[in-house]
Write a protein that binds this ligand. Structure first.
Ligand code: SF4
Ligand code: SF4
Length: 372
């Protein structure tokens, strides 16, 4: 495992960490009966054994169960770990006293007197940034740092360069957590970050100010792991390694929810799995083609003002491209709104997290299915 110094914090962190959101989202480890806790504990212990030392979690993830699991391990292995946790400003509160209370809850769950890094999560627009400053929430973190309840503070953001620059210019941010991945792909259409700006402008500015950078969504919020129509998917190991090889990144914390995935992801921290310049070019090319017109049927693009069932039309189109079967035309004809009614408003394209050229695909579908 390779280790890097997390900017001005001076903390030495493993380049690959564990993202606690994985316990909550993909697996069944965060259920109200808490039956998943022993497995979370087992994964965290194994991660430490493999040299992972940074653990990213949050007050609201999985109803606090990832924090609890981490706390159960910290009872005996606190010195081996760097804990990064955070509170979600608007999901939790915009009142300073409630932010302070959520930190106390996190400390209790984590079974520690001090969190290494504590952030305000998802501060993703200049307006919300100003609000957390004006309403005194950020002061709660600064006070907690003075009191020793947290060692370092910062933000996580889906907001891109503009808001990150405002954070950095406060002069007291130690660590920022941002999204970054090979395709500069967002987790969802609602995210505001421009990931290209993240790598080209935000990272260099953070370095200038010696801010620690941890990365979330190296797998595009799992979107880059969706199999294509042939069932093939990109390699998680290579995707994480790609992020690790960015010298501005100090640690990447992919969400993990099972032991097999942990063992695989951790390899990305081993220089033996390093990508050469040629590997990177080839992987960028492979990833660039990845799903550029592959509809994942997620439905984020809806609704369409012409009431076109976009995922259904695209499903038929993908099937048609592959098979040219008459049955696909029959299936298309059962849909109520026709692709030809598309007015190319492109509202759907703004919403699609995979940037599919939907209006062009509607023309193709109309040509294929309606002129026969
Ligand atoms: S571009 Fe076409 S398919 Fe997309 S929302 Fe507009 S009308 Fe609907
Ligand atoms: S077009 Fe995009 S947003 Fe719509 S279902 Fe397909 S992948 Fe999802």
């Amino acid at each position: 495992m390779e280790y890097r110094v997390l900017g001005k914090t001076g903390l030495k962190v493993s380049v690959v960490g564990v993202g606690g959101l994985g316990f909550a989202t993909r697996g069944k480890l965060c259920t109200p009966d808490r039956n998943g806790l022993p497995e979370i504990v087992r994964i965290i212990n194994r991660a430490l054994d493999l040299g992972v030392n940074i653990f990213d979690t949050a007050y609201v993830y999985g109803g606090g169960i990832p924090e609890e699991g981490l706390g159960m391990v910290m009872k005996t292995r606190r010195k081996e770990a760097v804990i990064l946790s955070r509170t979600h400003v608007y999901q939790v509160s915009d009142k300073p006293e409630e932010t302070a209370a959520s930190l106390e809850t996190s400390l209790r769950r984590l079974q520690t007197d001090t969190v290494d890094i504590y952030q305000l999560h998802d501060v993703s627009s200049p307006e919300s940034f100003r609000k957390v400053i004006d309403c005194g929430i950020y002061d709660v973190l600064k006070k907690a740092k003075k009191e020793g309840k947290v060692r370092f503070i910062g933000f996580s953001t889906h907001g891109g360069y503009e808001v990150a620059k405002m954070m950095i210019e406060t002069g007291d941010v130690d660590v920022l957590t941002v999204s970054y991945n090979i395709l500069h792909r967002k987790r969802s259409a609602g995210d505001r970050e421009n990931l290209r700006e993240t790598s080209e402008k935000l990272f260099p500015l953070a370095k200038k100010h010696d801010i620690g950078i941890t990365v979330m969504k190296p797998l595009g919020g799992s979107s880059l792991m969706s199999p294509d129509e042939k069932g093939k998917s990109l390699s998680a190991l290579k995707l994480i390694r790609y992020v690790v090889q960015n010298p501005y990144v100090h640690a990447v914390t992919p969400g993990i929810d099972n032991m097999k995935q942990l063992e695989e992801d951790v390899k990305a921290g081993d220089p033996a799995y390093g990508l050469t310049g040629q590997d990177i070019r080839e992987f960028e090319e492979e990833a660039g083609k990845w799903g550029s017109e592959f509809c994942r049927q997620c439905g984020y693009c809806r609704p369409c003002p012409r009431e076109i069932n976009i995922p259904a039309v695209l499903k038929n189109l993908m099937e048609w491209r592959r098979t040219r079967k008459e049955s696909v035309i029959e299936s298309y004809k059962k849909l109520e709104a026709r692709a030809s009614s598309c007015i190319a408003c492109k509202v759907c394209e703004e919403r699609c997290p995979y940037h599919l050229p939907i209006s062009g695909m509607m023309s193709e579908a109309s040509e294929a299915f309606e002129n026969v």
